[in-house]
Design a protein around this ligand. Sequence first.
Ligand SMILES: Cc1ncc(COP(=O)(O)O)c(C=O)c1O
Length: 449
Amino acid sequence: MHAFDWLGEWAVKGENDPLASFWMPFTANRAFKANPRQLVSASGMHYQSGDGRQILDGTSGLWCSNAGHCRPEITEAIAKAAATLDFAPTFQLGHPLPFELAQRIAALMPEGLDRIFFTNSGSESVDTALKIALNIQRAKGQGTRTRLIGRERGYHGTGFGGISVGGLVNNRRAFGGGLPGVDHIRHTHDIERNAFTRGFPQHGAELADDLQRLVDLHGADTIAAVIVEPMAGSTGVLIPPTGYLQRLREICDRHGIILIFDEVITAFGRVGGATAAGQWGVTPDIITMAKGLTNAAVPMGAVAVKRELHDAVIDSVPGGIELFHGYTYSGHPLASAAGLATLDLYARDGLFDRATELGTYWEDAAHSLKGARHVIDIRTIGLVAGIELEPRPGAPTARAMELFHACFDNGLLVRATGDIIALSPPLIVEKAQIDEMFGKVGELLGRID
Ligand SMILES: Cc1ncc(COP(=O)(O)O)c(C=O)c1O
């Protein structure tokens, strides 16, 4: 099959370069279009490629299809919603589905985070959370608190707020450097002390004290919020050291700083339980989510806020609109229907328990690659694994990208980020598929330079 056959009639109408118009996100466009890799359908644990091959999904798409692909329970709910109420505004009007979904999400959040704002993506959830945090401080008479704190190697999407608190220079420097008044604490990645840890690394809780350093530097009365991913996924599976998140919580409490957990990846079963916060016993003030919320079948994000902080904003305005923020598609009927069906599926099939049930098997399979060529660290938690490779001299990231391509060509989807290969399969993964994933990665590692 020709790589463009999936384009059907359009491709044979004489268009020279049928791939030219789509400016692809976070992609080396020229390289991709010279050698395109297409996915044309999906079911359960597999994608089908444009050239007719089955590809085992080792990454839940982009950390998002947690229940596996094209689940009929979800696609049918979307179809029904589309035929019943294709769209209805949620500005000064309502329709039933987002109210129901908000209640259902609230019930899954850690105690107290039961007020839910809807967005359409992780990036929008992050920018919404940052705006809500600023608004809360203002409502509490703390209007001087405008500084936002992120963390090195954090990824919080691509909105201006997200790139500013994010810790990735490439995502920021071409765009004016991001918002002013932002600072960052240090990341927690420390291979020298923590290489090949299973679960939480032992060393590094003290890195949370970096927040205290920024308080001392800027003054607590200038700091509105700090945002971290409980586990950084996109920048290579950076698992929080034992005690680190607790320590961040304590410093925030001491200084009136709002703690935001960006759980766009970790929510909905990835590390076991509905959230990492709940699973790991540290309660932030705000949680951002997206991805697994709808199993990625329709874009949707959400922000959960502690009730008393929500109430502070609502009560600070005597009448009229309390929060000047929202999206045309906040609480969209199709997304809400997908969310409800997804949460039903997670509950019915016990998918939030899978990371715990399979945890040891997963860990053992991943760590069986210790000693494989190029591998300098393996990190695992829940149903996530990061395999860090020695960078090729003079060509950082090239080795992981080559492995990603080799895996795809051999029927496995992994994610390459920097010199790290990340795996995060749908939670329906079976043991034999776990063996297949790590078996293939191990074999292909032996074949690349
Ligand atoms: C922690 C985190 N926050 C935010 C985002 C951005 O989400 P989206 O791509 O849906 O805007 C991501 C995406 O991977 C993420 O991992």
